[in-house]
Each structure stands twice: as C-alpha cells, then as structure tokens.
Design a protein around this ligand. Sequence first.
Ligand SMILES: [Mg+2]
Length: 184
Amino acid sequence: MTGARAGLILDRDGVINADTGFVHRIEDCQFVPGIFDLLRAARARNFAIAVATNQSGIGRGYFTEGDFHRLMEEIGHVVAAQAGTVFDAVYFCPDHPTEGVGVYRRESDWRKPQPGMMRQAVDELGLDPSKSWAVGDKMRDLEAAAGAGIAHRVLFDEAATAIRRTGDHWIVPKLIDIVDLLDG
Ligand SMILES: [Mg+2]
C-alpha cells in the first residue's frame, strides 16, 4: 500500500554535504551549493523530505552510530537555520558485506543499490512513489530508488554541462536545477 504524499529522498554525502570521505564531524561538513534552496523549495511544495544514506564508515569502524546521529542533528540545525525546514526522516545503512566489522559485516537490503531504505521511506512517510523524487550522486542511489518504484530520479553531477534526460533519469549539474524539475 502506498500513500498520497510526494517525497524528496536525498542521498547525503555528495548531495547535502561534499563527499570528502566518511564525513562524521560537522567541522568537515561542506554543504553543497544550492542544497538549502532545494530543501526550501521542496518544503514550500509540501514534499516530505528524507535522507537515505549508506554509512559503511560505521561498519568499517571509522566512527560510531552515535557519531552519525550527532552529525545529523548538527546538520539538521544548519538546515533549519538556512532552509527553514527539517528532515522528516533519516535512514542509514551502517553495514558492508566485506569490509564491515563484527555485526556490521553483512549483506543488507538497506545498503544501496538495494531498495530497503527507499521502501522504508515510502511506507513510513506515506509517499506516493509515482509523485516522489530521489537525488543522488551515484547510480546506486538511483538504482535503489528505482527498486522502490520512485518514479523521478536525478543524478547530481557537477561535471555535467546542462540539465538533460538520459535513459530513465535526469542529470543535473546544479542542485537548484532540480527545483525546475519538481515544477514539471
Ligand atoms: Mg553519495
């Protein structure tokens, strides 16, 4: 069963903050240009906003789940101040099938490109997948979204020269470009 609400599901590293490698401290968090405008625009259009992020740095033992939650809380404060909104939900997968330590070494349906986190977002937030959007900087983000039936998928690629449609998804060079796409 699916809900009625449109959702925007964002990858974190490389979309919300620059992916400088296993980011886990606010002082290492460089926000991607346009992210606050995108979040503000999504909220103005009454989208539910969620984060779905692979965080194998936890499973690898580089940082803890507590560190992750602390950083997300700090990111949330910045988002509230800069974009006037909050994340409705945050999903993360700490596991890695070969590099994880202890309990974290496992296959997980939540680890993108598997669709578990996206399905959870659809269920918990009451999303209509046909009206919902996913944004990532890797194809695995889009594969995960496709697996959950998220109809609109956007690859953020700063090296792209223009907004374009390719295959079954969009490619945008700037996050702000996504606002136009949301308006169809
Ligand atoms: Mg990423």
